[in-house]
Design a protein around this ligand. Structure first.
Ligand code: PLP
Ligand code: COI
Length: 365
C-alpha cells in the first residue's frame, strides 16, 4: 500500500456530535468500554474486488442479516490499542505498527483477508485525529481504540467468508480495574483451559474470549478479579490471564514471563516491558513457570512480585492467587517496587513524559 492511503478514506464528520459540555462530563471517569467517541472507521472487503469503501463517519449501528457468517461461526478478530494526550496538548499512538502486524497474523489464522498495515494505520490515525477531543486529559486516561473485522457474507455453509467488514471504534478510558486495592486477586482455572497447541491462542479472535468467560465467571464467584490459565496439555504451566500477560519478579531482581509458544497472545505491552527492563539492566527470561513453583516461590520469598500487563490493564500488580489447589500471597500482597518502576517507565513514555529511544510513539497532531 502506498504512503498516501489517506486519500482512500472518505471523511464525513458527524452531523450530531456530542456537545462539548456533555463530552467533558463523560470524560471525567469513564467505565471501560461504555463511552464512545463520535465517529468510527469502516472498510469493506469483497473477494475479487479487495478492500473498498473506506470511510470515517458518524458512529452508529450496522445493518446485519441474520445469516451473516460471523453470527454462526465466529470468524472475527480484533485489536486493542490506545491514543495518549501529550504534555504539550498533542496526541500519539503507542506502537500502532505492532497492532497492525498482529491484526494481519490473527486474520491469517482465522482464514480472513489480511488488511494492509498502511490501511490499518490510516484508519486509526484518521479516527483519532477527527475525535481528538475525546482523548482524556486526566492522568492515566487514554482513548482506547478497538479495530475489529468480521465475516459479513450471508451464507450458512462452513467456509471462509467472501465478504468482511473492518471497523474501528474508540472509547475514552481510565483504569481497567476500578477497585481501591492496588493489587488484583487471581483465580487459577483448573476446570477450563484457554488455548491448546495448534489452536487459536496466539490470535486475537473473539472466540478465545468467549471460551474464557465461564472461567472468568468462576473467578468472580470466588471473589477474584481475573483468571489465570494453565497450559492445556499438562495443566501445569502458567500461560496468561483472560486478557493480560503475566510477569514474575525474583529476589535477585530478575524477571520471568512465559514464552510465546503459540498458545498465548504475544502482548505488545509484554514485549515493550521486556525491552524496558533490559534497558534498565535487568535480566528477563522467557521461560515456562509452573503453578506449583509459583506457590512454592511465593511462600519461600524467592518470588517477590508478580504482575499482569496489557493495553487495557497497563501494569497491574498481582497480590493473591487462589484456586482449588492453591492459595498464596505474593510479597505483602500489595504493589511491588520493581513492578511500579516498570509501570512508571512505560506510562511516562506513553504519555510523553519520558524519552522514546525506540521510536515507539506515533505522533498524530
Ligand atoms: N493476553 C490476552 C489474552 C489479551 O487479551 C491481551 C490484551 O490485548 C494481552 C495478553 C496483552 O496484549 P497487549 O499488551 O498487546 O494489549
Ligand atoms: C486489551 O488490553 O486491549 C484487551 O483486548 C484485553 C481486554 C481485557 C480488554
Amino acid at each position: 500500500m502506498s504512503s498516501n492511503v489517506e486519500a482512500v478514506f472518505s471523511i464525513e464528520p458527524s452531523q450530531h456530535p456530542v456537545a462539548a459540555a456533555e463530552r467533558a462530563r463523560l470524560l471525567e471517569n469513564p467505565a471501560f468500554g461504555r463511552v464512545f467517541s463520535d465517529h468510527m472507521a469502516t472498510i469493506r472487503y469483497t473477494e475479487g474486488k479487495g478492500w473498498h469503501d473506506a470511510r470515517i463517519a458518524a458512529r452508529g449501528p450496522f445493518e446485519c442479516d441474520p445469516a451473516m457468517q460471523v453470527f454462526h461461526y465466529a470468524q472475527e478478530i480484533f485489536e486493542g490499542m490506545k491514543a495518549y494526550r501529550l504534555p504539550d496538548g498533542g496526541g500519539a499512538l503507542f506502537r500502532p505498527d505492532a497492532n497492525a502486524r498482529r491484526f494481519r497474523n490473527s486474520a491469517r489464522r482465522l482464514a480472513m483477508p489480511e488488511l494492509p498495515e498502511a490501511l490499518f494505520l490510516e484508519s486509526v490515525r484518521e479516527l483519532v485525529r477527527l475525535d481528538r477531543e475525546w482523548i482524556p486529559t486526566v492522568q492515566g486516561g487514554s482513548l482506547y481504540l478497538r479495530p475489529f473485522m468480521m465475516a459479513t457474507e450471508v451464507a450458512l455453509g462452513v467456509k471462509p467468508a467472501a465478504e468482511y467488514l473492518y471497523c474501528v471504534t474508540a472509547c475514552p478510558v481510565g483504569a481497567y480495574f476500578k477497585g481501591s486495592n492496588p493489587a488484583v486477586t487471581i483465580w487459577v482455572s483448573d476446570n477450563y483451559t484457554r488455548a491448546a497447541p495448534g489452536g487459536t491462542g496466539e490470535a486475537k479472535c473473539g472466540g478465545n474470549y468467549a471460551a474464557s468467560l465461564l472461567a472468568q465467571a468462576e473467578a468472580s464467584r470466588e471473589g477474584c478479579d481475573q483468571v489465570v490459565f494453565l497450559d492445556a496439555v499438562e495443566r501445569r504451566w502458567v500461560e496468561e490471564l483472560g486478557g493480560m500477560n503475566v510477569f514474575f519478579v525474583f529476589d535477585d531482581g530478575s524477571l520471568q514471563t512465559p514464552p510465546l509458544t503459540g498458545t498465548i497472545l504475544p502482548g505488545i505491552t509484554r514485549e515493550s516491558l521486556i525491552v524496558l527492563a533490559r534497558d534498565m539492566g535487568l535480566t528477563v527470561r522467557e521461560e515456562p513457570y509452573s503453578i506449583d513453583q509459583w506457590q512454592a516461590d511465593a511462600r519461600s520469598g524467592r518470588l517477590r512480585e508478580a504482575f499482569a500487563c496489557g493495553t487495557a490493564a497497563v501494569v497491574t500488580p498481582i497480590g493473591t492467587v487462589k484456586g482449588h489447589k492453591h492459595n498464596f500471597t505474593i510479597g505483602d500482597g500489595g504493589a511491588g517496587n520493581l513492578t511500579m518502576r516498570l509501570k512508571n517507565a512505560l506510562v511516562d513514555l506513553q504519555q510523553g513524559r519520558a524519552a522514546d529511544p525506540h521510536g515507539w510513539m506515533d505522533r498524530l497532531f
